[in-house]
Ligand binder design. Structure first.
Ligand code: DQQ
Length: 524
């Protein structure tokens, strides 16, 4: 692990991740030294710190701000050997509003250190009402953020001369002051910028009411002067994705993310209902989708953004939203979690491959393995020796004659609380069944999930990350399902397997306890 991170973690463990004494930029790398007095300004009081640290619903190994609200990941970028992550942040509480850009840095995409807020609204400026989502690029060696200022929605830039510690907004902002003339659009936000030869291209989220979402394409030589070209891609609001009840593509596409993937291009958009991806061909600056699907089968994952990591892998990050009332979020003092990174590939079947990066094995603690066990319907099998709310689980099932098969997690001893991760063979759906996930009535308890088809001879491979109220599921490395549960009992920690309607077999089950990435739940 990098020296600076060790120093940070020692400092942080001494002070419980709360008062990082200093962070300075040395030629682009962030390092700790003493004396400049940067403090994570949002966890000021001891009672709040204690409350957050003791909160059983607060994740331990996912990135999240010290407190308050976060939503979309913004501008994830590898810069001088370190990963920078920005995100939509409200310093005023655990509710959406006054959008700032929070900022954290990591040597490995697993461990993080919080940095000072990168962007805040400028009174009287084009972003006076908020700094909405965008991206980060490096322009002739200078890190540059391209983001949406509101209101109205305009595009702005900011640069950093001190290795991303502070950001200077371009005095001529906005660099794109209005959408193309004559367009009646549903929105104009969330730029995604990339380089082709000696030109910059910018894709922006938009749509037309009654018609569908779309992405507008601009071109520039200097990130300042932009020419509108044409639509990169256009959807139809009534267009259905493959699979029953898979939803439509909506009338506004937020947070477009456009990038090459193997010999195809990928466009990921957030439709205000879910996240869809298209794989296809990019030619003459038009994108022609060929295959479409859902980036996540649930509705807890939104507004993802990608980057290329130091191994050249395409990595996608998303916002995991809460599944409880606004009142409960405000009372908790925090809302929103960054997903684990997903490694994207072009799958053999032509769809999007998604898998967790092996780097997360660094957090694995105690390991248990089970092999070759029959699963008989009705005989509820709870794995006696395994308990926990901070676990990585890898399970492989032979569905056999079963109609449904899967795992149960966060089981209470009396069976009153329980969440099932279910592959329903009859309906060909992957589901998180939350009806009994909590005794609290203030939390979402509906089933989440969507179409997922196993081939006749295929085993079901579930790779599950449990982190307090967060569940992230990777199924056969080609489908993801993210969910939230808030069990009310501190002893709802059991794990089990089940089958319905016929026998199934557990080929193998590996379970690891996961170590936290900070010494408290004040995840940094
Ligand atoms: N969140 C941002 C917008 C974006 C939306 C505002 C998506 O820029 O369209 O917080 O969640």
């Amino acid at each position: 692990m990098d020296k600076w991170l060790k120093a940070a973690r020692q400092t942080v463990s001494r002070r419980d991740f709360l008062t990082l004494s200093t962070a300075t930029a040395l030629g682009g790398r962030i390092a700790l030294s003493s004396g400049t007095g940067i403090r994570p300004e949002h966890v000021k009081t001891e009672p709040l710190r204690e409350k957050l640290a003791a909160d059983p619903q607060r994740p331990r190994y996912h990135l999240m701000p010290p407190t308050n609200w976060m939503n979309d990941p913004n501008g994830p970028i590898l810069w001088k050997g370190q990963y920078h992550m920005f995100y939509q942040y409200n310093p005023n509480g655990a509710f959406w509003g006054t959008m700032h850009w929070g900022h954290a840095v990591s040597p490995d995409m697993v461990h993080w250190m919080h940095l000072p807020i990168a962007l805040a609204p400028t009174p009287g400026g084009p972003d006076k009402d908020g700094c909405f989502s965008g991206c980060a690029v490096v322009d002739q060696g200078v890190p540059t953020i391209v983001y949406t200022g509101v209101f109205p929605q305009v595009q702005c830039i900011a640069r950093s001369d001190d290795g991303m510690m502070t950001w200077r907004k371009y005095p001529g902002n906005p660099v794109i002051a209005a959408p193309p003339q004559g367009m009646e659009i549903t929105g104009f936000r969330d730029p995604c910028v990339w380089r082709e030869a000696d030109e910059w291209f910018l894709a922006i989220g938009s749509g037309v009411k009654g018609q569908g979402g779309m992405v507008l394409l601009y071109r520039s030589r200097d990130l300042i002067h932009w020419d509108y070209l044409h639509l990169l891609c256009k959807g139809r609001k009534d267009e259905l994705l493959p699979g029953k009840d898979a939803g439509s593509t909506g009338e506004m596409w937020e947070c477009p993310d456009f990038f090459p993937l193997a010999d195809k291009h990928a466009l990921v958009v957030s439709t205000q209902g879910g996240v869809i991806y298209s794989l296809g061909t990019y030619a003459n600056h038009y994108f022609h989708p060929e295959v479409q699907g859902k980036a996540d089968l649930g509705d807890s994952y939104y507004a993802p953004r990608s980057m290329v990591d130091e191994k050249g892998r395409r990595i996608l990050w998303g916002w995991i939203r809460e599944g409880r009332s606004d009142t409960a979020q405000r009372a908790a003092g925090w809302s929103g979690v960054m997903s684990l990174p997903r490694v994207l590939t072009l799958g053999r079947d032509g769809t999007l491959g998604m898998a967790p990066p092996p780097e997360f094995a660094a957090l694995r603690g105690k390991h248990q393995r089970f092999e070759d066990l029959p699963i008989v319907p009705g005989s509820f099998s709870l794995l006696k020796s395994v308990r926990g709310d901070s676990l990585e689980v890898q399970a492989e099932f032979e569905p056999g004659a079963s109609e449904a098969v899967g795992l149960t997690v966060r089981n209470g001893p009396d069976g009153k609380e329980q969440t099932s991760i279910t592959y329903n063979r009859a309906s060909r759906h992957l589901l998180v069944e939350r009806q009994r996930s909590s005794l609290s009535s203030d939390v979402d308890r509906g089933s989440q999930g969507g179409p997922f088809v196993l081939a006749e001879d295929e085993t079901l491979k579930l790779h599950v990350f449990l982190d307090a109220s967060v569940i992230e599921i990777f199924a056969n490395d080609r489908a993801c399902l993210t969910s939230r549960i808030y069990p009310s009992r501190s002893d709802s920690l059991g794990i089990g397997t089940f089958a319905r309607g016929g026998n199934a077999r557990l080929k193998a089950l590996n379970i690891w306890e996961m170590r936290p990435i900070s010494t408290s739940r004040l995840t940094a």
